[in-house]
Design a protein around this ligand. Sequence first.
Ligand code: G4P
Length: 285
Amino acid sequence: MPNINWFPGHMAKARNQVQEKLKQVDLVLEIVDARIPEASRNPMMNQIVGQKPRIMVLNKQDLADPQATARWLRYYQDQGFAALAIDAQHAKRLNQISALARKLMAAKLEKQKARGIRNPSLRAMCIGIPNVGKSTVLNRLVKKNIAVVGNRPGVTKNQQWLKVDDSLALLDTPGILWPKFDDQLIGQKLALTGAIADSVFQEDTVGLYGLDFFQTHYPQALRRAYQLTADDMALSAPDLMVVLAKKLGFGDNYNRAAERVIFDARQGKFGPFTLEVPDDDAEGL
Ligand code: G4P
């Protein structure tokens, strides 16, 4: 993936900002895109978050392949995380976050109760790379954006806490954590799902990656979307792109066809999809 630089200096700054704020929370909600759960993670996330209890939140569930999502949930649970798939945009399953947080932190809540705290509450922080839906999650969870000023020991004065319910408060997301887009395949996945700006990738490469992917993994959906024949489907992806350009009225403008494939994938024209499954080999799904 050319033209994309991953700045170690920026990374270090964001990492420090997050780690500073981590001290103030009981648990972390790591938000990822359910279509690319690993590609949409910051490569240093495990180091950054360390042992802090974590809920892996697979957002954009509505856009992802349900079977793949089920596999990913098991995968993260097997790694010792709590995990949940949600659709923040349509406010689906969001209410399960608080319940899952209480379950994950049951021992701590019990301890607080034993110390005489009548309504113990938890503090959490949403983290994730840009575009996974952190703001949407926050806005939907908090509804009216009620800001609560921190008044507990160890909490920075005037720290804004967003109240989800009586037992959960969220800290606004700190810093920007970037994905690992210096890896070509990861970059393509991020581009196809719209996680990175169009100006930083080559559309023909990403479009071709997408076409090849759908041709291999979701052939029926691709066929239906563009009314392709069995012969079309038997072509190599580059040859199919040439056919598609003609079919779409773009003549021999291959790039416009590639752009269209990207656009249509993001719009859901091929239905829900997931670009990677757990324990992938280097070739992706
Ligand atoms: P961020 O804070 O992590 O950067 O992400 P943000 O909430 O801004 O969400 C990025 C995009 O993803 C937004 O779309 C948002 O609407 C969309 N989104 C968030 N959660 C979901 C989800 O569960 N399902 C679907 N389908 N989309 C989701 P946008 O096109 O950038 O903006 P807009 O169309 O909402 O104006």
